[in-house]
Design a protein around this ligand. Structure first.
Ligand code: AQP
Length: 332
């Protein structure tokens, strides 16, 4: 029996951080054997905010290498560059014509990213969730594994698929959302009320996957803590310690309950010291795998990935155009 298909992506913007890794990439790894997987470097999403062209080019390859170093197996899963397949933007246009301004205005990420920009915010940033819906729907995706911050966008993809199918006839699979039970939202080290974010104002917000391991350890030691002394998982009262426990649990494979037991009667400093060491080991191992991957390998994986899935993307686009009445004589 054919495996169900999943699709997910990462933007080539800035340094990927532990939130991206634990919330999304590690989740992908856990699904790799069970599903037919498509993972994209979503560069058209990146340009919804200003990017320096030379850096963007480097980041596209860097993300592909990070996926490979994380353990995504290109013989098993597809890794490709979004802009290599024009079907993404073509379908996005079609879906733009079915999406409502009102539902896009409600998107939390748009509100956060456009805050303070007023009228110079790009139309692309506003329409970002529609492009993401096109990314997902092109591949008849059954499920989308993402961090919690993307769940609203996946919900929109589901709504757009249902709307199109209802209006024009069955065309798209309605995808499910997959998030991990713990780690779907890793919080900032400097402010545990907000998610860890590449675009945070301070580099003490995040641990980047490319951070020098000693520097990353210092960031953990400088992370804010909560009032009191008890090491307990209680996100409402102890958001900072709960976040550190979540990260430590995911990196060490020990449950949060076990960590609470181990650190009973000990100070926050002891937890931070051990977590800093775990982060150092994780980053050293990760970076040594990363350093073995060449630009040429990453380029080859991206172009082979695009070639492999192009027929499926084109077939879904062709069906959508036919349903809309855009196809004459069965030609595109
Ligand atoms: N803090 C997080 N905790 C858990 N998962 C997270 N993700 C992002 N931040 C966290 C998940 O990582 C995947 C790739 O994210 P993206 O490249 O699309 O970027 P993003 O969601 O906009 O968040 P970033 O990486 O922090 O960038 P900025 O600063 O631009 O917002 C997604 O599955 C995402 O859910």
């Amino acid at each position: 029996m054919a495996k169900a298909r999943i699709f997910s992506g990462v933007q080539p913007t800035g340094n990927l951080h532990l939130g991206n890794y634990l919330g999304a990439i590690e989740l992908w790894l856990s699904l790799q054997n069970k599903y037919d997987c498509i993972f994209s470097v979503v560069d058209y999403h990146a340009i919804t905010v200003s990017q320096e062209p030379r850096k963007l080019k480097e980041s596209i390859l860097a993300i592909a290498k990070i996926m490979l170093a994380s353990g995504i197996n290109p013989d098993q899963s597809v890794i490709f560059q979004q802009s290599a397949l024009s079907a993404h933007t073509e379908l996005a246009w079609i879906l733009n014509c079915t999406a409502h301004m009102g539902e896009l205005k409600k998107m939390t990420q748009f509100k956060e990213k456009s805050a303070g920009q007023k009228d110079i915010v790009s139309l692309g940033l506003f329409a970002y969730p529609v492009l993401m819906a096109a990314d997902i729907l092109l591949y008849q995706t059954e499920a989308v594994p993402v961090g919690e911050d993307q769940s609203q966008h996946v919900e929109l993809a589901r709504d757009l698929a249902r709307r199109f199918n209802h209006q024009f006839g069955q065309t798209f699979t309605v995808p499910d959302l997959i998030t991990r039970p713990d780690g779907a939202r890793i919080m900032g080290l400097d402010d545990p009320r907000k998610k860890m974010s590449k675009s945070a104002a301070s580099e003490y917000n995040y641990i980047a996957l490319l951070d020098e391991p000693d520097k990353a350890a210092k960031k953990i030691m400088k992370a804010v803590t909560d009032s009191g002394q008890e090491i307990k998982f209680a996100p409402a009262n102890k958001p900072a310690i709960s976040n550190l426990l979540t990260i430590y649990s995911l990196l060490s494979g020990r449950t949060i309950a076990r960590l609470e037991e181990e650190y009973q009667g000990r100070q926050y400093g002891a937890l931070k010291k051990d977590l800093a060491e775990a982060v150092k080991i994780f980053l050293s191992d990760f970076q040594s795998r990363l350093n073995e991957i060449t630009d040429a390998q990453a380029r080859q994986v991206l172009s082979a990935g695009a070639a492999k899935i192009a027929p499926l993307a084109e077939s879904t686009l062709r069906t959508a155009k036919e349903r809309l009445g855009l196809t004459l004589n069965n030609h595109r």
